[in-house]
Design a binder for this molecule. Sequence first.
Ligand code: CA
Ligand code: CA
Length: 235
Amino acid sequence: MHSVTRFALVCCLAPALATSFARAGIVSISGQMELLSPAPPSVYSGMLESNEFIRVYSERSNVTLSSALTVNVVHPGVTTTYQPQPPAGGVNPGTLAAGTVVNTYFAHFDPIGEDMPGTVSLTGSLTLSEDILGLMVFKDGLNVTDLAFGAPGTIYGADPLHPNRGLEANGGNGPPDTITLSGDFHTLTIDLVFAGTGIDEIRVFATPEPHSLAIALLGGLLFLRRERCQLDRRG
Ligand SMILES: [Ca+2]
Ligand SMILES: [Ca+2]
């Protein structure tokens, strides 16, 4: 292949591969979900409200756990959550070992207004190309993982006046939130019920695909060749 043609092909492929890699994790969404890309500037309570959509987005890629991390849900099937602490069998926690490399995703549901009467219920599914390793669904776990696993530049947290964050059963005001993790660990279906104050949120930990790492490396090599191509042209 003529060198100019080859360089032109490289110049075209590099950004295409980079785009493909960036979108590799989330395969599809369905139901009352909205995919945000890039991540929003803030999911602090009151900053990204909707009565129509659970917002989902990619947070970070290829983060290595510096220590073991206990997450609230690791097993497939239906999990029902309760507040303040789930009864035995209410959730299925597990621990991700130190050294595990993860990609993270976030689901955020903040109905319009505060101290709302009645309930708002939304349901939707998120399918990843990667295996889901675990879910963080309660307030304390979300709070301690925002810094390391939240999207860079996104503001997280709940208003101190309305500190509820994460999933709950809403006491006697309605049915509990439910989470269904598919048997192949690729699809998360959430049925969120909201009453009162606060925000419903879930952090998803998934294992990066080996081939996505290879594509990232290839994209990097192509980028370097494109830079060299441009330098040669200038020279
Ligand atoms: Ca709200
Ligand atoms: Ca809820």
